[in-house]
Design a binder for this molecule. Structure first.
Ligand code: ADP
Ligand code: MG
Length: 378
């Protein structure tokens, strides 16, 4: 797929270079033509631009970004349109590295436990912030966490949860040929997500976070599923803990509870999950940054809310993401897969899975793998 060359103007920005290819668009490093400030531009693929449904999903990601301001979130600041092309503007993460890439390159057997848990607590803060504002991320995985800092020095890592593109997909499920489709990352999607439940709840993110914990401590994905149907089978049984046997018991217990098949058996919130993680750190005699604990405790108070909700289930505040009726337009022709330097391909895959009816609930008739999604760099 065509890339915009360095020097191309885009709204008030000038493209400096290509960073990574994703399912919805290419990501470029760019700078403001007048102020010189650096940004990341996520430019929607031209063929998706023509489809109002996909374009509106992109717009929703932008709208979500307006409400998500947190030190551990990298969401869109604004939306820019230029000559019929649309781009989301994000803070540029200099390394462009995702957790998937940083870990696989530098720490293939996982981070030292204190570092892993510290990083995980920060990720939890970011996700909790989104939950408190009514957003379920819906696609938490190592490819959607950006890492700031020196990738060789984990104590310098600052994680930023990114890619809120799925927020719109959950609110307005994809239809292909009039049938509902599930957009999911096979290794990280919750059982309810894989069943085609569209009203994902914060507990669905908690499930993915349990899998993410497994990844940061061991460097291994807990699930080896590479397709949605495969994943739907894998998550029906308890996941293997073979890579966690060397970890303290507390880590194993957290993983098992976070990834319980029934959502109500999981931790009720990211805050609850964070408390369990802090308990492990306490027992190890590792001091937790006081600010971390305090931030999580004040998050909901600041927001004046009583708890996390699902954007898809509960209407958000009047200033929240606007919603549009789900479109039934068939999706655009998938582009050819494109290598993404940001992450190992196998773990970056997301699939679109067709159910047999509006309430497919596991009665699966056919599977459509959209090749473009294979190139989704996380
Ligand atoms: N703000 C950013 N700064 C630097 N690189 C980024 C930024 N946002 C995304 N990227 C890179 O682009 C890739 C795709 O971005 P993402 O938001 O996950 O899009 P997609 O919806 O296509 O998966 C990421 O894996 C990462 O490598
Ligand atoms: Mg992504």
């Amino acid at each position: 797929m065509d890339r915009l060359p360095a020097g191309t103007p885009f709204g008030p920005y000038i493209i400096d270079g290509f960073v990574a290819g994703g399912g919805m668009g290419h990501v470029y490093a760019a700078r403001h033509a007048i102020y010189g400030s650096s940004v990341a531009l996520k430019v929607l693929h031209p063929h998706l631009e023509l489809d109002p449904e996909w374009r509106s999903r992109f717009t929703e990601e932008g709208a979500a970004g307006q409400r998500l301001k947190h030190p551990h979130i990298c969401a869109a600041r604004e939306l820019v349109v230029d000559g019929g092309r649309t781009a989301l503007v994000l803070d540029l993460v200099a390394s462009g590295k995702t957790l998937a890439r940083a870990l696989s390159q530098e720490f293939p057997t996982g981070l030292p436990l204190p570092e892993a848990l510290r990083l995980f607590l920060q990720i939890l803060q970011g996700v909790e912030h989104a939950h408190a504002r009514g957003f379920v991320h819906g696609d938490i995985k190592p490819e959607n966490v950006l890492i700031q800092g020196d990738v060789r020095v984990p104590s310098s890592w600052v994680p930023l949860v990114t890619d809120f593109g799925t927020v719109g997909l959950i609110a307005h499920p994809v239809q292909i040929d009039g049938r509902p489709a599930v957009v999911a990352s096979p290794r990280y999607a919750s059982p309810e997500h894989l069943r085609g439940v569209t009203s994902l709840i914060p507990a669905s993110d908690v499930f993915a976070l349990g899998l993410l914990l497994h990844y940061v401590v061991s460097g291994q994905h807990a699930s080896a599923a590479t397709t949605v149907p495969e994943a739907a089978v894998v998550v029906k049984a308890p996941l293997s803990v073979v890579h966690l046997v060397d970890q303290p018991e507390g880590v194993l217990a957290i993983f098992l509870r976070a990834t319980a098949i029934e959502p109500d058996k999981r931790y009720g919130s990211c805050g609850e999950l964070a408390s369990a993680v802090r308990g492990v750190l306490d027992r190890l005699g590792v001091r937790v940054d006081e600010d971390l604990a305090a931030d999580l405790a004040t998050e909901l108070v600041d927001d004046g809310r009583t708890g996390p909700r699902s954007m898809a289930q509960v209407p958000t505040d009047p200033d929240s993401t606007p919603t549009t009726p789900a479109a039934s337009t068939p999706p655009p022709e998938p582009p050819p897969p494109e290598p993404t330097p940001a992450a190992p391909r196998s773990s970056a895959m997301s699939w679109i899975f067709l159910g047999s009816g509006a309430l497919a609930l596991g009665a699966v008739a056919a599977v459509a793998v959209l090749a473009w999604w294979l190139g989704r760099g996380g």
